[in-house]
Every structure is written in C-alpha cells, then in structure tokens.
Design a protein around this ligand. Structure first.
Ligand code: 6PG
Length: 470
C-alpha cells in the first residue's frame, strides 16, 4: 500500500500537519533530513497510525501513490531549494510539490518556473495558525498551478479550520498568490500586535494598571467587537504567572521583539507597488527599534521627556482606548486588503479579496469577528478602495475617531510611543483630505529640479524659473 500524501520536514509544524492529515483518513509518508527526528516522531507520535517513515528521499518518493503529492515543511530560503534539488531527479511528470513555509513570493515565482520546466506541478501555500493550528486546523492560503490544487483540495479542506463560511482554505490564483496573501496576513498580524502592545503600554505606564487588570480589559474587548485570537492570547499572557517567581511572566521578558521577515517583505512589496501600509510599516519599525536595547538604555538617561503617568480618569481612558484600538485594528485590515487589491492587479493574481477574509475567519493568527463584516463588504464591493468607505466601518470611524485623536494626543503629551495608532489616524486623515499640501511638494521639486507640476486652473505640465521670480 502506497501513501496518499508525503511530508518532508518533521519540525513541530510538519509533525502536526502529518498527524492532522492522517487523522482525516489519509496515509502519509514522512521524511526528515536527520533520521533521528523521523525515528523519534514515529516512536513517540505515530504509533498505530497510517504513517510511513522513509530514511532516504528515494524511499520516500517510492512510498507515494502517483501523482505524488509532497508537502515541504522546512525553513524558508535556501533549505527549500536544497530539498527541491534532491527531490526533482526522483519525481515523475505530473507530480505535485507544495511549499508550505513562509517563502518570499519572488522565490516562489522562480520555483514555479523551475518546476514547470521539469513537468511538475507546484503550489506555494501559506499555512497559518502555529503549532496548534497545524494539528487542529490551520488556515490555508494556496497559489500556483490550479491542477495541483485540485489534487490536494480534498486533503486541504479536510485538515483546515472550519470557519463560519466553510473550511478556511482557498486557491487564490497563479504564481505566488498564496504566499503573497500569507505575507500580507503576517503584515496585518504585525500591525494588530503593535496596536495591542501600545494599548498595554498606555495602561501600564500611563495608568499604572497591573497585568491582571489589563488582562481584564483585553478579555472584555475580546468578548466585544474586537473578538479575535490576538486579543484572546493577550488576555491569557497577562494573567500568566511565572512558576519560578510567581510574578507575571510577561514582565520578566526582555523588551526586544524578533522577526523572521514577513512583515518587512509585506512593507517592501507595498513600497514597490506604491500602496500605503503605514501601520504595517510602523509595526516593523517598532520591532526594529525595540531591538536597539542598549542604545535605548543610554538614550533613556540623556533625552528627557514628560512623566508617562497620564493622570486621567482610568475608566474614561480605557473606554476611549477601546475606540482607538478598534479603529487601528480596522486600519490594519484595511491597509492589508488594499495592498492585496493592488498586488493582484499588478501581479495578475486575480485575487478574490472576500475569500481572503473568509479564509482568515478561523485557524489563523489574525482571525477575528471583524472578518465577518469585512467579508460582506468585499463581497458587495470587491473594488472598494478602503474598508472605511463602507458600513459598518464608515460609522465606526465617525463614532471613534475622536477617541483615537484623544488617546494619541494624551500619549504624545506623556511621551508614550504609539506609532501604530498614530499611523492609523494620520493615514485615514490623509485619505479623507480633499486638498493635501502636496502642491507645495510639487513646487519644491520644480524649484530645485525642474521636475514640473500640474495646475488646478488649467491643463498641462508647467515649469517656473523660481529663482528668477523668488
Ligand atoms: C502564522 C504566523 C507564523 C509565524 C510568523 C511569525 O500565521 O501562523 O504568522 O507564520 O508565527 O512567521 O513571524 P515573525 O517571526 O516575523 O514574528
């Protein structure tokens, strides 16, 4: 008996996906670069299951039914190419290779071409939900050869998280469409996380609230319009006590955030497209600044600022903070979805944005009750330039923009950085401004570089000899 599906790479995500696929009734062949890990997996987690261990790529490929369906779960970058190089000489026409890591979309485009030249099918698939999601139901964003997707659609739909509108799994389009959607998912993830930590900082340093008190606030928001995974885990993190010291563990963790690159790539690609994602970008910069720990320690002693204590009524502040966070989170989705819209036309993905909202409803890190109205808006108006232009987000802006202004103004007065919230506010303010000051930029460019400008009172392109008249 040959196996229905193959997985290369048995780190925790890979192992959990294998167990999830097997649990849905499919047999799985597995291979890992180091044999010990395969042995360990088979002994500890695969007993009595339809899981076939292989100790060489040849053995692995032999163990699979044709056309072979092989999921690669190794670190993004060179390790993926190394696996492909070993695998390709062993495959036959029509076999399908799936990269399930957070690969850069340019790498995926290149690999699809290389696979095509050899007669293989290729999918670049974003899988969100971490270790738990891999085992219990991830959100799956696929792109590449549609015929390839058809080969694994049944398996993917069986293992995916079940959302209110179906399994959280979809084919998004050709080429790197799936990896691109996952990259933007991660950009949104960065922006929501940064918004949450700014709220935490304001409550902690500004209001002197304890982790348990703050957990209560995040828990309350999680049961309201902001219900979602990142709010849920924040509540749980803030309640968690370090078993060794009995202290809230979060306060014992070093304040330098790491990153593996997807938020940065999302921002880089947005810059290339000319699409504004300031809240995602600010979240990336905030992580970068957090990593300058030693420099910040020095600067904290020489650069003065105001007392962070907000000195405002706690209840009122927390009430208005909700509005600020709510709009910033909507801004994160709005910017990410706008990026997907623009990327789709530039890169010919043919993305259905409402499908992105649907697939993000469960299983993934940015799952949120907000995705239900977001999907509806995108179904009604797939070309909408910005979520805030449609209900219920238009009304949310009207209701809460005063709170976002008030909260960020207090933050500035007290020297507490709120880059995600600030950028959400100034982004929407710029977007809703009929006449921006960019006329002066046009004049400056023309002054120093004869770059020309347009006028509002007549057609054409103009240049002024500014030195002569100034
Ligand atoms: C997910 C996560 C996952 C991973 C990120 C973390 O959707 O399950 O986004 O892909 O946790 O890569 O990214 P950083 O290390 O860049 O924070």
């Amino acid at each position: 008996m040959k196996a229905d599906f193959g997985v290369i790479g048995l780190a925790v995500m890979g192992q959990n996906l294998v167990l999830n696929v097997e649990d849905k009734g499919f047999s799985v062949a597995v291979f890992n670069r180091t044999a010990e890990r395969t042995k360990e997996f088979v002994e500890n987690r695969a007993q009595g299951k339809k899981i076939v261990p292989a100790y060489s790529l040849e053995e692995f490929v032999e163990a699979l039914t044709r056309p072979r369906k092989i999921l690669i779960m190794v670190k993004a970058g060179a390790p993926v190419d190394a696996v492909l190089e070993g695998l390709y000489p062993l495959l036959e026409r029509g076999d399908l290779v799936i990269d399930g890591g957070n690969s850069h979309h340019d790498d995926t485009e290149r690999r699809i071409k290389e696979a095509e030249e050899r007669g293989f099918l290729y999918l670049g698939v974003g899988i969100s939900g971490g270790e738990y999601g891999a085992l219990r139901g991830p959100s799956i964003m696929a792109g590449g050869h549609r015929e390839g997707y058809e080969l694994v659609q049944g398996i993917f739909e069986a293992i995916a998280a079940k959302g209110p509108d179906g399994p959280c799994c979809a084919y998004f389009g050709p080429g790197s469409a799936g990896h691109y959607v996952k990259m933007v998912h991660n950009g949104i993830e960065y922006a929501i996380m940064e918004t949450i930590v700014e709220a935490y900082d304001l409550m902690k340093r500004g209001l002197g609230m304890s982790p348990d008190e703050m957990a209560g606030v995040f828990g309350d928001w999680n049961r309201r319009e902001l219900g979602g995974y990142l709010f849920e885990i924040t509540e749980r993190i803030l309640h968690y006590k370090d078993p060794e010291t009995g202290e809230p563990l979060v306060e014992l963790i070093l304040d330098t955030a790491k990153q593996k690159g997807t938020g940065k790539w999302s921002t880089q690609s947005a810059l290339d497209l000319g699409t504004p994602v300031p809240t995602i970008a600010m979240a990336v910069f905030a992580r970068i600044i957090s990593a300058f720990k030693e420099e910040r320690v020095v600067a904290s002693k020489v650069l003065p600022g105001p007392d962070p204590a907000l000195g405002t009524d706690r209840e009122e502040f927390v009430r208005r903070l909700f509005g600020a966070v709510y709009l910033s989170v909507i801004a994160a989705y709005a910017q990410g979805l706008r990026q997907l819209r623009d990327a789709s036309s530039e890169r010919c993905y043919g993305l259905d944005l409402s499908e992105a909202a649907r697939v993000w409803m469960a299983g993934c890190i940015i799952r949120s009750v907000l995705l239900v109205p977001i999907r509806k808006v995108l179904l009604d108006n797939p070309e909408l330039p910005l979520l805030f232009l449609a209900e219920p987000f238009k009304s949310a802006w009207a209701e809460y923009h005063g709170d976002l202004r008030w909260v960020t103004a207090r933050a500035h007065e007290h020297g507490i950085p709120t880059p995600a919230m600030d950028s959400a506010l100034t982004f929407v303010d710029a977007f809703r401004t009929e006449r921006l000051p960019a006329n002066l930029i046009q004049a400056q460019r023309d002054f120093f570089g004869a770059h020309t400008y347009q006028r509002i009172d007549k057609e054409g392109t103009f240049h002024t000899d500014w030195e002569a008249v100034a």
